[in-house]
Design a binder for this molecule. Structure first.
Ligand SMILES: [Zn+2]
Length: 129
């Protein structure tokens, strides 16, 4: 969530560092795209969101309702989930590839994206050759 997330700490930064040190270049928070994705690879039209498990309701053990104010949290999270859903539909319509990295599976998410980026690079290189 924007309100509790500071810009330069946490999972998103770890994802950025991992991809950056592997030699990938990207843009951050492109506001001209639906949902202003956390990372954007314009060349390959890949939009990446790093999602907190609670705020975006991953369904893992990190997404557990607090004991108090449940109604409040439920409606708040339901709005986030709905917004995520709409964002995905809008990006799909613009033919962007949407990748979600969950907070509890950062490394796995980074690996998936690296694999995808390497494949795109390879495809590009073989087209040129
Ligand atoms: Zn999770």
């Amino acid at each position: 969530m924007r309100k509790v997330r500071s810009i330069d700490t946490g999972p998103e930064v770890r994802v950025r560092r991992a991809l950056h040190s592997a030699g990938f270049r990207f843009r951050l928070h492109r506001r001209d795209l639906p949902g202003s994705p956390d990372l954007v690879f314009p060349r390959y039209k890949i939009a990446v969101f790093v999602h907190g498990c609670f705020w975006h309701w991953h369904g893992c053990k990190r997404s557990r309702m607090p004991a108090t104010n449940q109604e409040y949290w439920e409606s708040k999270i339901a709005r986030n989930v709905e917004r995520d859903h709409q964002t995905r539909i809008q990006l799909d319509a613009l033919e962007w590839d949407v990748q979600i990295i969950w907070e509890c599976e950062l490394q796995q998410g980074v690996d998936t994206i690296m694999k995808q980026l390497n494949e795109r690079r390879w495809q590009e290189a073989s087209r040129v050759a």
